[in-house]
Write a protein that binds this ligand. Structure first.
Ligand code: IMP
Length: 199
């Protein structure tokens, strides 16, 4: 079945994370009438799935049912090769209840030190899911590979951006112009696939 999203459709971005909401709203290029789950005070469902795609679908379906609107959800995270892919789907949880990403980045550094590995390879994954209330859903995934660097650098972006350098780049995502991050990020790559999946 061909799924269509008409320009001007009222769309809820199923996130309470302002960094994600900002990047997603910019990718949508004002083509839709966007509100966030935080604007609508929608409940945040527990992320009980073990994959990015599973959690993105769960969040999109929950927001679509709660709001009666088409919902776009993002589930994303950082995976570190020397840590067997951790923190992965637990990326937000490593920041603790205070959502303290300085703490989360320290935790990554400490675990890497403990692993006594020189391997700094890491990647961000983003699963984007779009769900229609009572209807179908689509989920896609994008990934960007790179390397970790310590100490953290740059006050732009959000989350783990200050310790991540995309392949071939010396600037971290935290130092990079947001427009440049938006051209190569895991979120941008997932969004390109989502656009291709919708007519
Ligand atoms: P969740 O998708 O709500 O489980 O949260 C994902 C977490 O991964 C975020 O809170 C960020 O810490 C991290 N994350 C996802 N995308 C990015 C990004 O583009 N830059 C930095 N950190 C990110």
């Amino acid at each position: 079945m061909a799924l269509k999203l008409e320009p001007g459709t009222r769309l809820v971005i199923a996130t309470h994370n302002p960094g994600k909401a900002r990047e997603l709203a910019e990718m949508l290029e004002h083509r839709f009438d966007v509100v966030t789950a935080a604007d609508l005070a929608l409940p945040e469902p527990e992320e009980t799935e073990s994959t990015f795609a599973g959690n993105a679908l769960l969040k999109a379906r929950s927001a679509a049912e709660a709001s009666g609107l088409v919902a776009l959800a993002d589930d994303s995270g950082l995976s570190v090769r020397a840590l067997g892919g951790q923190p992965g789907v637990y990326s937000a949880r490593w920041a603790g209840p205070g959502r303290d990403f300085d703490l989360a980045m320290q935790k990554v550094e400490q675990r890497l030190d403990a692993a006594e590995s020189d391997d700094t390879a890491a990647w961000f994954t983003c699963a984007l899911a779009i769900a229609w209330p009572g209807g179908p859903a689509v989920v896609v995934e994008g990934r960007v590979d790179g390397a970790l660097t310590f100490p953290p650098r740059g006050g732009r972006g959000f989350g783990y951006d200050p310790i991540f350098m995309a392949e071939g780049r010396r600037q971290t995502f935290g130092e990079m112009d947001p427009a440049e991050k938006a051209q190569m990020s895991h979120r941008a790559r997932a969004y390109a696939k989502l656009k291709a999946a919708l007519v």
